[in-house]
Every structure is written in structure tokens, then in C-alpha cells.
Write a protein that binds this ligand. Structure first.
Ligand code: BDR
Ligand code: CA
Length: 317
């Protein structure tokens, strides 16, 4: 997947969100030190909260981490067909409750997210990876509007779905449930997909002792990440989690350190109908459909290595 030392041109597309923000901290840490994460654009989507809030949060996060020299564009406010569904119970009313963040020092591009994504792809000599950590609306619109650019996409590394279970319904994970029609476009597109679903992301736990290690790093970003982890954990602790699940950071970490993950190739289809299963990522684990795999599904990870890499990344600020 990753050639040692080779840059990975990428677009960060998300709905920050505590774990989106930490995913971007991880990517920017790489950009500023080893240069592997070659971030070309940041784009936002309505998801955890409404688009105006996710875009404001994205600008604040990018300001905090110094990701100020790449364009940032606002994307889809609503899913392709459904009503927007939000998750304030997880992330708070602002979508990023907890520590005070700096006011944005980064403007919003005059281009839409899809126009910016298309521009980045068109102008790039190398293929570009899309890292999607929110509903897949922007990526789906890009694929529908610009099928000629598919060949410029290296892969779509997404947080969403799960082979075994859901979190927003028994069968569906939040990002896919918000816009199943968009997910359907993405999984059928023929573009390589890495699916960081709940199977792995719920095992990618940062434990309270890891929070302390981050706090002790003592830099301006580490203190905020510590408080984000505390906030995120408070919600999950009540549900019985032993730590804060790092859903979205998995979609970045798998690009930087694929060796710490267990990946299975499955054919995945998206359920867009149904009373109980709308938004389910139906993975053909036993090969009963005879269809070729269309996704690299991450099933497990070396948790300690994941935590160590994330702590080390925050230490680079
Ligand atoms: C996903 O939903 C959002 O609340 C998180 O940011 C993550 O992308 C987990 O189901
Ligand atoms: Ca997210």
C-alpha cells in the first residue's frame, strides 16, 4: 500500500468532530516532519453537526495545528437524498465541544468542496488519496460529476461502516447511515476503497493512561488533544468503553502505518432500503456472491502501536 518514504498526496474531507480533528492532527504531524502526508486540500461536509459548524470547526482546527497554507472548501450541507442527521450527543452542540480553540485564520475557498477536489485531482501529477471521515456526500458528488477524474484517485480511505455491527442502529454506522446513497456510489465506483469500519475503530482505543502521556507532551496542540480525548471519553465511558475510540484517525493511520492493521478484502454493498438495515455495509465475508472484492476492510490492529504512533505524532507539534 505504502512505499517507504514516498509522499502520499491527500485531501482531508470530514465533519469535525473530535476524532476528525485528531485524524487531521495526525496527518499534519506527518506533513510537518517526514512529509509523507502531502495534504493538498481540506473539505467539509454536514454530518456530526450542520455544515456551517463543521466548516467553522475545520477552520479552527487547521488554525490550531498550523495547516493554514492549503485551501479549505465547504461542501455538501445535505446528503444526496436523505434529511441530514446530526450527532450532538457525541460531539456537543458546536460539534467540537470542550477546550477553547483559536478563531480561524484561514479563509473559506470560493470553490465548493467538489470543485476544489476536482481542481486538486486535475492539477496533480500523482494520484491523490481522499481521506473521508464524515458522510461520503462530497466524494459521491465528485465521482458522479467527474467520472473522468476517477483515474486520478489513488484510493478512498474512509471511516465508515462495519462488517460486524453498527453504532447508530444495530446494523449501521453513523457516517454511512447519514448518506447511504453516497456510500453506494463510492463502493460501486471501481476506485480502490479502504474501509476503516467499527470492527477496527472501536478497538483503536486511546486509554486514560495514553491521555496523560499526551498531556505531558506539553505543547499547545497536545493540551487541546488531551482535552478532546477527555471529552470524547466522557461520552463513551458511560456506554462501557475502556477508552476513547479513535474512529477517524484509523483512516489516516492506515496510510502512514499499514503494517499495524489486519486487512481483509471483501465485496461490500450498501443497503439503502429497509426498516432495520438502511446504511449497513454488507460485506461478503464468505464469498457467497462470487463478486470480486471492492474494499480493503480493516478488521483489527495492534492497539499499543497505534497509541504509540498517535502520541508520537502529537509530540511533533
Ligand atoms: C463516526 O461518526 C462520527 O461521529 C465520528 O466523527 C466518526 O466519523 C463514527 O461512527
Ligand atoms: Ca467524523
Amino acid at each position: 500500500m505504502k512505499e517507504k518514504g514516498k509522499k502520499i498526496p491527500m485531501i482531508l474531507d470530514g465533519d469535525p468532530g473530535h476524532d476528525d480533528a485528531i485524524a487531521w492532527v495526525l496527518a499534519e504531524a506527518s506533513r510537518r516532519s517526514d512529509g509523507i502526508a502531502d495534504i493538498r486540500a481540506v473539505t467539509t461536509v454536514g454530518g456530526n453537526v450542520t455544515l456551517d459548524k463543521t466548516t467553522y470547526n475545520a477552520r479552527r482546527v487547521c488554525t490550531l495545528i498550523g495547516l493554514k497554507d492549503v485551501p479549505l472548501a465547504a461542501g455538501a450541507a445535505h446528503p444526496l437524498q436523505a434529511e441530514l442527521m446530526n450527532a450532538p450527543s457525541v460531539h456537543g452542540e458546536s460539534g467540537l465541544d470542550g477546550p477553547a480553540l483559536p478563531e480561524p485564520e484561514i479563509e473559506i475557498s470560493s470553490l465548493s468542496a467538489v470543485e476544489l477536489m476536482a481542481k486538486v485531482l486535475r492539477e496533480s501529477r500523482e494520484k491523490v488519496t481522499i481521506v473521508s471521515t464524515g458522510p461520503l456526500t462530497n466524494t459521491a458528488v465528485l465521482l458522479l460529476a467527474h467520472p473522468e477524474l476517477k483515474k486520478k484517485i489513488e484510493r478512498i480511505s474512509l471511516m465508515g461502516g462495519g462488517v460486524g455491527f453498527g453504532n447508530w442502529t444495530p446494523a449501521a454506522e453513523f457516517n454511512i447511515l447519514v448518506d447511504p446513497e453516497a456510500a453506494d456510489v463510492v463502493f460501486r465506483s471501481g476506485v480502490p476503497v479502504i474501509m476503516a469500519g467499527l470492527d477496527v475503530t472501536e478497538r483503536a482505543l486511546m486509554l486514560p493512561e495514553d491521555f496523560q502521556k499526551i498531556r505531558e507532551l506539553g505543547n499547545p496542540v497536545s493540551d487541546i488533544v488531551y482535552q478532546w480525548l477527555e471529552f470524547f471519553y466522557k461520552f463513551h465511558c458511560k456506554l462501557g468503553y475502556a477508552g476513547a475510540p479513535m474512529h477517524d484517525p484509523c483512516a489516516v493511520m492506515v496510510l502512514l502505518h499499514p503494517e499495524i492493521f489486519t486487512i481483509k478484502k471483501y465485496h461490500v454493498e450498501i443497503e439503502t432500503e429497509g426498516d432495520y438495515c438502511r446504511g449497513t455495509t454488507v460485506a461478503d465475508v464468505r464469498g457467497t456472491t462470487g463478486k470480486e472484492p471492492n474494499a480493503d476492510c480493516i478488521m483489527d490492529l495492534d492497539r499499543d502501536a497505534f497509541a504509540a504512533y498517535l502520541i508520537e505524532a502529537v509530540g511533533r507539534y
